[in-house]
Design a protein around this ligand. Structure first.
Ligand code: CA
Length: 748
């Protein structure tokens, strides 16, 4: 039987240059030679001393405590006005770039789309080598949130990357050649990897994603020398009838009820954050949401469902469980605790505490004792409606009336989280944590007909009824609670006082990770295409650069020959960036291919962004009834919206179907029902929709193309700042039609 996949997610890069078989492109390896010695010495000692090493960036969060603070201060509040582009390097590809580059001995190692690995001369941007690892791009159908990769790990002359098709690959840092290649997942289950590995005591640690589709989460440690598995720690229990892997799983299973959660998998994927304390010998792992989202389906008789939405501390040598702290017991809202974790020693109530800090999706900022897991404090850093506060005695949330068992419920934060994967930073100078934040609500609901379908999106949203398309929501309610309050911002947070110090408003809700420096600066890119430096103390903007390309990745800094550099990857995408054209008025951002951008004082290179080719829709005559258009609208938003955007307004990384040319219109049915463009990533949908529905989708797209022709301004209106927030809401509640009405009501 043909496996059924969610066609909404069956998108892979339509812009990837097909036919590229060569996995390793080598340029000038003599440039890599200079990194050989430094690369060979990346180990416990050098990463342990990384906080004083201002030349390199040796591990994902710069140091094992993941503070992302560099003491470099050549670029500071006074000198920053002289900061300019030193070089740029064009990846030649679209889609999201989320990686934190490493810098080792004057070479930048980073990752691009589909887990590609890139080595560049850190001083000049010259390509040394790139290796696409021959990743299976069809695996993108299981990538909930774009074919992104968040970076590499380095150890004793090797580099390690987790791939979207579930492998952990070791490469030679000098040549870029693959040294070993280990499959870390069961390919029969919808796992993917987007997170960066960490290497601790010679073991490469990697997790995975896939909870939205239904998997059982785990992290695995592999021997850095040969890729052999050392241990595996499951984050949720399997079928009790099969016995448990360890005591931790037996304990966790007592918090699950009514099964069979193991059939869907239970979730708890560890898809991003880790931190390590060498003195305590503890590895911290951030664990994701449950699968499916609705706890009443996942665990009908209740329970906390350990270790979903938890921070778990394990021994790095054995994977043995030590302690856990669950941020969202029995999570039902995709409130992952996979967000960035920072280790610091803070003076709290006149006592120096060893803490671990996290701003998980659930909206509360947590300070936890990292030796014991003891709750110290928490307060909400964004508006929160699911819980009133965290009980200081028990460390548990005091929940509001938040159930969506019978009726859907609008709630803050949304599944995008008050904070998502975009890394924070902690300034040793100010003592503040800088949080890329967003305020957004979401209508959580559960269709009565929910049924687990292997390999598909199994989160139970949104409600779609034939008789009540798109959704029977009260527009007034959404208008009050939703779009009008949707916003993104950067905030400085005092983790001791648990209060906001300053905040800077952004134009859209999906922006970049951050970097803290000794120059009293915080760097952050944004959806508007700017890289900005703020005073870490006051939040005052002191420098900005128009990168003409939305930025979501976090910047890094390093030093070569006495000069300080700032590097960031510019490539808008990710869960929001893929589905929506969240670009800002008058700035032709995001139409170009992704870049690595590097800045230094006195840098005066010019950005070479090619002009976007203006296309004109070439639709055939519209010849469809209102009923057919309504059917097409519905089927489009059920099947195509995640990749091609609400109302077919696509992210520039994807084909905008309103602009299909004559030839594409003629082939439409063959593309959709026969998979004639599978080679460039557009899958066959014939197992998801029937002939009549496909024709209706085509009619709907033809209608939109005519509308676009009629009003050239229509798209720029949609690209307006406010439109960004509206389209995000549309995405989450599926109310595109109603939102477009509001849009015209309210104007720009
Ligand atoms: Ca999730």
């Amino acid at each position: 039987m043909k496996k059924i996949f969610p066609s909404v997610l069956l998108c892979s890069s339509l812009l990837f240059t097909a036919g590229s078989q060569a996995s390793l492109v080598s340029k000038d390896l003599s440039l890599a030679e200079k990194a050989r010695e430094t690369a060979s010495k990346v180990n416990s000692e050098t990463i342990g001393a990384a906080s004083e090493n201002t030349s390199d960036w040796l591990t994902h969060g710069r140091t094992y405590d993941e503070q992302r603070f560099s003491p470099l201060d050549q670029i500071n509040e006074k000198s920053v006005k002289g900061l300019g582009l030193a070089w740029e390097w064009d990846t030649g590809r679209k889609r999201g770039l989320e990686a934190t580059p490493l810098v080792v001995g004057g070479v930048i190692y980073t990752t691009g789309t589909y887990s590609e690995v890139i080595a560049l001369d850190a001083k000049t941007g010259e390509l040394i080598w790139r290796n696409d690892l021959n990743v299976d791009r069809a695996r993108s159908k299981y990538a909930c949130c774009d074919v992104v990769n968040r970076g590499l790990a380095a150890w004793e002359g090797k580099l390690f990357v987790g791939t979207i098709d579930g492998r952990l690959v070791a490469l030679d840092a000098v040549s870029g050649e693959i040294l070993w290649d280990t499959l870390t997942i069961d390919l029969e289950r919808p796992y993917t990897i987007t997170g960066a590995p960490r290497v601790v005591k010679g073991k490469v640690i990697i997790g995975n994603g896939g909870a939205e589709f239904g998997v059982r989460g785990y992290i695995t440690a592999y021997d850095a020398n040969n890729g052999e598995q050392v241990w595996r720690f499951y984050t949720v229990p399997g079928n009790p009838a099969d016995g448990f892997e360890n005591e931790a799983m037996a304990m966790a299973a007592k918090t699950w009820g009514g099964g069979p959660w193991w059939e869907i998998g239970g979730g708890g994927t560890a898809w991003d954050s880790m931190a390590f304390d060498p003195d305590l010998d503890l590895l911290y792992v951030g664990v994701g949401n449950g699968a499916p989202w609705n706890k009443h389906i996942r665990s009908p008789s209740g329970g906390d469902n350990l270790f979903i939405s938890s921070i778990v501390a394990v021994r790095p040598d054995t994977g043995e469980y030590v302690w856990h702290y669950q941020t969202t017991p029995g999570d039902a809202w995709d409130y992952t605790a996979t967000q960035h974790m920072i280790l610091a020693d803070l003076n709290i109530d006149n006592k120096l505490r060893q803490v671990i800090m996290q701003a998980p999706k659930n909206g509360f900022y947590y300070v936890i004792d990292r030796a014991t897991g003891e709750f110290i404090s928490a307060d909400n850093y964004v508006p929160v409606s699911w819980a009133s506060h965290i009980d200081p005695e028990t460390g548990r949330p005091v929940e509001t009336d938040n159930s969506y068992k019978e009726e859907g419920k609008l709630q803050f934060p949304s599944p995008l989280g008050g904070h998502n994967w975009q890394p924070m930073c902690f300034s040793k100078d100010t003592g503040y944590v800088y949080i890329p934040s967003r305020q957004l609500s979401f209508y959580y609901s559960q269709p009565e007909s929910f049924k687990y379908k292997p390999g598909t999106w199994n989160v139970g949203i949104p409600v779609m009824k034939d008789t009540d398309f798109p959704v029977g929501l009260d527009p007034q309610l959404l208008k009050t609670l939703g779009p009008s309050t949707a916003r993104g911002y950067l905030q400085a947070w005092d983790p001791i006082k648990q209060e906001r110090v300053w905040e800077v408003q952004h134009t859209g809700p999906w922006n970049g990770g951050v970097l803290c420096t000794g120059g009293d600066l915080v760097f952050q890119g944004n959806a508007s295409g700017y890289l900005v430096a703020y005073s870490a103390s006051t939040g005052k903007e002191v420098w900005s650069y128009n990168a003409k390309h939305g930025i979501i990745a976090p910047p890094i800094t390093y030093q070569i020959d006495g000069e300080q550099y700032i590097t960031v990857m510019a490539g808008f995408g990710g869960s929001v960036g893929l589905s929506f054209s969240i670009t800002i008025e008058d700035i032709p951002v995001n139409h170009s291919t992704g870049r690595v951008l590097t800045f230094k004082l006195g840098g005066n290179e010019k950005l070479a962004i090619s002009e976007d080719v203006k296309r004109t829709p070439e639709p055939p005559a519209l010849n469809a009834t209102d009923e057919v258009l309504a059917l097409g609208n519905r089927k489009y938003h059920e099947n195509c919206v995640y990749c091609h955007g609400p109302g077919a307004i696509s992210s520039p990384a994807m084909r905008d179907l309103r602009y299909m040319n004559k030839a594409t219109h003629e082939q439409f049915m063959a593309i959709v029902m026969e998979g004639s463009m599978e080679g460039i990533g557009m899958p066959n949908y014939s197992d998801m929709i029937n002939e009549e529905e496909a024709k209706a989708v085509h009619a709907y797209l033809i209608a939109l193309a005519h509308k676009t022709l009629e009003s050239e301004d229509a798209s720029s209106a949609w690209l307006a700042v406010k439109g960004a927030a509206y389209s995000v809401m549309a995405y989450f509640v599926g109310t595109f039609d109603k939102i477009s009405v509001w849009f015209s009501d309210e104007g720009k």
